[in-house]
Design a protein around this ligand. Structure first.
Ligand SMILES: Cc1cc2nc3c(=O)[nH]c(=O)nc-3n(C[C@H](O)[C@H](O)[C@H](O)COP(=O)(O)O)c2cc1C
Length: 250
């Protein structure tokens, strides 16, 4: 049976983001899967990593704190349950809006605290040797801006580039990352016929989402360089492809 962890970063249970996360859950259940959920705002998840989370902070060094607590079994109380859900999942679906050209801070904070050094990755277990190579991550993202504004030449910046740092976070863990699902033009300022049209578009999207989940294993994946594409200094080798503007030849 496939287990899916759905992580939601949004303050409202009545948002499009929340409705989309519910649609993911229903589609996963309909295909016979099991669903785990982390609704970060509703759960009051603390996104700020700091030393007073730790009973035995090590030398004011966050990586060492996380590593020590992972080994000693003293990770902060709210972290092990999140790690357990992540580890149990074959698929992880993150639902969030774009806020200030990035995922909401609580999403980043969940990564900072839950993807703990030691428990989730080590200097030896990362990228191609990451521990989570059996998992696929999908981002389901809404933007207020329209599709043109969020495209490669759009004035809001290419949303796929905005999402690349978060994608690379999970690539660091070894996961595969599906090409993000993005719905544009989601905001409450539409009026009259335009409002009706947007509501109909969003409702149709939620219905169609079942097909995305049913075809999850066939989703296109984001390309990343292999470990062997880099030289001893960590630079892209001359004969290796550049598959992202984030890692290119100068
Ligand atoms: C703090 C904040 C910052 C935002 N920044 C952006 C942005 O940078 N780009 C964008 O397209 N929309 C931005 N928006 C609009 C949201 O993306 C939009 O409200 C959301 O996707 C709507 O989905 P929801 O109903 O799930 O909240 C922002 C909204 C808020 C509240």
């Amino acid at each position: 049976m496939t287990t899916t962890l759905i992580v939601t970063a949004h303050p409202s249970r009545h948002s499009f983001t929340a409705a989309w996360a519910d649609a993911s859950e229903q589609a996963c259940l309909a295909s016979g899967g099991q669903v785990l959920r982390s609704d970060l705002v509703q759960a009051g998840f603390d996104p700020v990593e700091r030393f007073d989370h730790y009973s035995d902070p090590v030398a004011e060094d966050v990586l060492k704190c996380q590593e020590h607590a992972s080994q000693a079994g003293t990770l902060p109380a709210d972290v092990p349950a999140e790690i357990a859900k992540f580890q149990a999942a074959d698929r992880i679906i993150l639902h969030f809006p774009i806020w200030w050209f990035a995922p909401p801070a609580i999403m980043k904070g969940w990564c900072d605290r839950v993807l703990a050094h030691g428990a989730m990755h080590t200097t030896k277990a990362r990228f191609d040797t990451g521990r989570h190579r059996d998992k696929t991550v999908l981002f389901c993202v809404s933007t207020g801006s329209n599709a043109a504004e969020s495209g490669p030449d759009g004035k809001e910046g290419d949303v796929r580039m905005l999402l690349w740092p978060l994608a690379y976070t999970f690539r660091y863990l070894g996961c595969q990352i599906a090409q993000p699902q993005v719905v544009h033009g989601v905001h409450g300022y539409w009026k009259g016929g335009a409002k009706d049209a947007v509501e109909a578009r969003l409702a149709a999207h939620l219905t169609d989402h079942a097909e995305v989940i049913a075809g999850f294993d066939e989703l296109s994946l984001m390309p990343f360089n292999a470990d062997t594409d880099f030289d001893e200094d960590g630079r892209l080798r001359a004969d290796a492809p550049s598959v992202t503007p984030f890692i290119k030849r100068p």
